[in-house]
Design a protein around this ligand. Structure first.
Ligand SMILES: [Ca+2]
Ligand SMILES: [Ca+2]
Length: 281
């Protein structure tokens, strides 16, 4: 895309937010040319009264997909955000069962199959994980997630069975503030559209209205970055290196019972190439 359209897109996206870039996200390096990045154009923005939340709908031009969208590109390390010094890190490239990894060497496997059967070995192919049906992977050890946290995931949903009650497709789910009476849940749900393409839903909870919707994503792995500040109850969202927008995150008003981050597929096969979760101590 050209620089002018990107600037306009970013300005409109920022105008829809309570304060553009207020979280102060900083990225290290991206080994990707500008020409390879998807075009973004904000089509709709509607801020609700009171500033508690707003919806932003964004369309991404499917042309010019990046060159490194094939599984196994292992670009997550290049996308490690800097949000604080010496953060805790959960990271997997899905070369094998992540529950076999203890990359931070704390004596506890970084991931666990606590809420679904272990995904079989044949689901790991070409450096990526291909879960089907309902497969749920959770981080360990348990954590309150009450500090600024960033999620960087490269994922794709291949099909979504909308007849399923929880048709969330490729899902990253994080329950913040588990040390408070009410948890603050955030969902990144990527679903395949009938007829082609994908839609990203950033939600406060699984079946609630989107806080941010990104439509028109192509049928390939999508790079998604979410930076959440549970203290300020704010989130910033990027798709394929394009800043999409910010959103206020209301409390979910659900007792805090799930002190972990979740990577899963719900209601259709998905592909996960990599995920990195960076959380400040
Ligand atoms: Ca990978
Ligand atoms: Ca560990």
């Amino acid at each position: 895309m050209n620089g002018v359209s990107r600037t306009i897109a970013c300005l409109i996206a920022c105008a829809a937010s309570a304060g553009c870039g207020r979280i102060g996200y900083e990225q290290i390096t991206f080994d990707r040319s500008d020409a390879a990045q998807a075009d973004a154009a904000v089509m709709h923005s509607d801020r609700q009264d009171g500033g508690a939340s707003f919806d932003t709908t964004v369309a991404i031009d499917a042309a010019s997909p990046p060159d490194d969208t094939a599984p196994g590109a292992d670009a997550a390390i290049n996308m490690m955000p800097v949000i604080c010094t010496s953060p805790l890190i959960w990271q997997t490239e899905f070369d094998r069962d992540p529950a076999m990894n203890d990359s931070n060497q704390d004596g506890v496997a970084d991931w666990a199959w606590a809420r679904s059967p272990t995904s079989p070995p044949e689901r790991y192919r070409n450096g990526a994980w291909y879960p089907e049906g309902v497969e749920i992977l959770d981080t360990r050890p348990l954590r309150a997630w009450n500090t600024r946290t960033a999620v960087i995931v490269r994922m794709q949903n291949l099909a979504t069975d909308v007849t399923e009650p929880n048709a969330w497709g490729a899902l990253v789910w994080l329950n913040l503030n588990n040390d408070r009476p009410n948890v603050m849940a955030v969902y990144l749900s990527l679903t395949h559209n009938v007829g082609g393409g994908q839609t990203l839903h950033f939600r406060r909870r699984g079946l609630e209205a989107d806080l941010i919707t990104v439509q028109g994503l192509p049928d390939r792995l999508i790079d998604i970055r979410l930076d959440v500040d549970p203290i300020g109850a704010e989130a910033d969202l990027w798709v394929d290196d394009n800043f999409i927008g910010s959103a206020s995150i209301p409390d979910t008003a659900t007792p805090a019972t799930d002190p972990f981050a979740t990577v899963a597929t719900f209601g259709g096969p998905s592909v996960f190439d990599s995920i990195t979760i960076v959380s400040c101590k």
